[in-house]
Design a protein around this ligand. Structure first.
Ligand SMILES: [Mg+2]
Length: 301
């Protein structure tokens, strides 16, 4: 049988979760299973993309990424649309993507999934030329992401978000939003609303939800769009925070929900955007789904 040729891309600065993580251990384990593993490490922002693109040139079968959601997102930018399967060793602080895919947060078990799991094709979203796996937030949540100092985020996780939010709440205003959606049949719909926040999700969970249901809409070729209804700011803010930290439950009192293949959004004034938990500029934006655009190794059902 042909050996599986894999490249491990790891971020040495994440990894407070596993003191046990060592790239040599990954190599030893995978090579005992008949793989051939090379190891590369990220040294600065953008390295994940560079190393993933490099892996395309070198025709690996699998890229294993050991890092948090930020590192995974970078590697995805390089692998999107390719035949290389992505394996995940969740070594980050939040690991939303790993949770969504039911990848174990335990090192030994996650390693075993690489060998014993199955490879599936999932959809990717793309916003202004950047791919996303989970979701895009426009408005209040993106503002929080901007304001949370990255060191604070690293050491205190979700607490930092909550601690920062009262400050942001006071200064956050609704924007006039003009949204155009194209639904699954390509039918166009124009929507104008005043709102604090829009969420666009590829995956079914949001932020660090622990109640994961994998009735995964990861591969339906559609994005779910939640526009928050106009209401008092403090009510909106606490609802968003409870969604973020408890679970994503659609609530028709709070949000209007649509599904689309493609959308454009303009806001007045411009609003900040977060992509899979990292800041990414301001509106306007063009957002589309790319159906079955990334191969991922996940546990067998
Ligand atoms: Mg979907």
């Amino acid at each position: 049988m042909k050996k599986i040729k894999a490249n491990l891309i790891y971020n040495p600065t994440s990894g407070q979760v596993w003191n046990t993580f060592k790239p040599e251990l990954v190599k030893k384990y995978l090579e005992s299973k008949g793989w051939k593993l090379d190891i590369s490490k990220t040294e600065c922002q953008g390295d994940g993309i560079r190393l993933a693109k490099d892996s395309l040139m070198k025709k690996y079968d699998v890229v294993v990424v050991a890092g948090g959601d930020g590192t995974i997102n970078e590697v995805v930018q390089g692998l999107a649309g390719s035949n290389i399967a992505l394996g995940i060793l969740p070594v980050g602080t939040t690991n939303v993507m790993a949770r969504d895919l039911k990848i174990p947060l335990n090192f030994q078990e996650a390693l075993r999934v690489l060998v014993e799991g199955e490879t599936i094709d999932i959809d990717l979203g793309i916003i202004n030329k950047k791919y996303f796996v989970m979701m895009v937030g426009i408005g209040f949540d993106a503002k929080l992401v901007n304001e949370v100092d990255s060191n604070l985020k690293k050491f205190t996780g979700p607490v930092a978000f909550v601690a920062t939010s009262p400050v942001s709440m006071v200064s956050h205003k609704q924007a006039k939003m003009s949204i155009i959606l194209w639904d699954k049949n390509g039918k166009k719909k124009k929507i104008k609303r005043d709102s604090y926040q829009v969420l666009i999700s590829n995956a079914p969970t949001y932020a660090i939800s622990l109640q994961v249901s994998l009735d995964a809409k990861f591969d339906d070729g559609l994005l779910d769009v939640d526009i928050f209804k106009s209401q008092k700011l403090h009510e909106f803010a606490w609802k968003l925070i409870s969604i973020a930290f408890i679970s994503k439950k659609s609530d028709s009192n709070m949000t209007e929900t649509f599904q689309c293949k493609k959308m454009t959004i303009k806001t007045e004034p411009p609003m900040p955007i977060q992509v899979d938990g990292d800041s990414y500029g301001m509106t306007p934006a063009l957002i589309e789904v790319k159906a079955k655009y990334l191969k991922i190794i996940k546990p067998k059902e």
